[in-house]
Design a protein. Structure first.
Length: 402
């Protein structure tokens, strides 16, 4: 049976252990001081990064943990996972709530608890495929931007000691709506930094995270279906364990309005087809390259008869919003590369112009309330706020691929 964690460290991130262990050990006392005995709210805590964050912070013994997620089944699995893990500390007050953080019932729950010492928000649309038309764009912007502001207004009633909201490497010079929405989100949360400390992190793709292409490889193999992947897209990767650790370090050790990112070199970038090849070899298959999705689907019938030749279709990417290079910061952002062994920090970010953010919020709200608003018009509104937003539109979406 495949040991996925071992596979990720050996073939994807190519490390023997987490790259953040040294920083965690160097700052162990500070982490204990920041977390031990504190009340904690984790939004989107049943997802890949949120659940990894929870596992990173629990050894430092918070007094309570409230987890909110709209995925009821994932919350149940998170609870079973925590309860079944040897020596895992789970606070006496541990409550998983299947609810939307933008709902009235969430506000009731929050006010009942009179806020929390630490609040971490992992609720986000993270896929470029989530921007195919005006309806999917509205859902993305509601979650990543508009509802985030509603949450911040609520937090202002009972200001937390620390607020963390996850960003993405795609927020640096964004070329897709998802990346631009997270870049705007950074400004939105920073505009509240005069009320309570806010921090975020831009990091690489999380290897085999829920819904990711590598996670899809596992499903295709399980179902004996062909694999499709681009051969020309290079990406940085961190392990699921590392994704939670970088968020913990940023949330607890970061200063107000700082953005953390992993120190990764270009030589550590991976292509998706290489991951697929290594995974298939580890599972005992030979790669059978096909010229099209249709050929790969036809050849996959042989898998049902015990064939060890696995059909794949690797092709050049041509879908909207794909960035040719990955970057964590832009040339006009100041960085601190010395304070941490494995982390860089974007520093000296100013409090954004609140009037500009309020105007953007109102323009987006009005546009999305209008049934005749188009995708192009929303992109134009975002571009006016972010002049460096260069939306790449090819007319082709990932949902048209296997």
């Amino acid at each position: 049976m495949l040991d996925l964690d071992s596979f990720i460290y050996k073939y994807v991130v190519k490390r023997h252990q987490s790259m953040f262990l040294t920083d965690i050990r160097n700052h162990e006392d500070e982490l204990k001081e920041k977390i031990k005995g504190k009340t904690m709210l984790v939004i989107g805590g049943a997802g890949s990064i949120g659940s990894s964050f929870i596992k990173a912070v629990l050894p430092f013994r918070p007094s309570s943990l409230i987890v909110v997620d709209i995925n009821e089944n994932a919350l149940a699995e998170l609870t079973r996972d925590l309860r079944s893990t040897k020596d895992m500390y789970v606070p006496e007050e541990y409550v998983p709530y299947p609810m939307d953080y933008a709902s009235d019932v969430f506000q009731k729950m929050f006010r009942y608890h009179k806020g929390f010492d630490i609040v971490a928000n992992f609720s986000a649309h993270k896929h470029v495929r989530s921007e195919k038309d005006i309806y999917s764009i509205e859902a993305l912007l509601q979650n990543n931007v508009l509802h985030a502001k509603i949450l911040l207004d609520l937090l202002s009633e009972y200001p937390p000691e620390e607020y963390f909201c996850v960003s993405t490497d795609k927020a640096a010079d964004p070329v897709n709506i998802m990346g631009a929405s997270k870049r705007i989100m950074e400004d939105v949360i920073f505009s509240y930094s005069d009320r309570f400390p806010v921090k975020t992190a831009r990091f690489a793709n999380v290897a085999f995270s829920n819904g990711s292409l590598p996670a899809g490889f596992l499903e295709r193999i399980r179902k004996r279906q062909p694999i499709s992947a681009p051969y020309d897209v290079k990406r940085y990767f961190v392990s699921p364990e590392e994704s939670g650790q970088i968020c913990m370090l940023a949330a607890m050790l970061g200063n107000n309005r700082e953005i953390f990112f992993p120190k990764l070199d270009e030589v550590q970038m991976m292509t998706f087809d290489k991951i697929a090849r290594d995974l298939l070899a580890e599972e005992g298959f030979e790669v059978l390259e096909c010229a099209s999705d249709e050929e790969a689907i036809d050849r996959a019938e042989g898998l049902k008869n015990g064939s060890h030749q696995y059909p794949v279709h690797f092709e050049k990417t041509d879908t909207s919003g794909e960035k040719s290079t990955e970057e964590f910061f832009t040339s006009d952002e100041k960085t601190d590369m010395k304070s941490f062994e494995s982390l860089g920090v974007i520093t000296d970010k100013n409090i954004p112009d609140k009037n500009r953010i309020e105007l953007l919020y109102n323009r987006l709200t009005d546009a999305l309330d209008n049934d005749k608003t188009t995708k192009k018009e929303v992109v134009e509104i975002m571009h006016e706020y972010l002049p460096n937003f260069r939306h790449i539109e090819t007319g082709k979406m990932l949902d048209s691929r296997m």
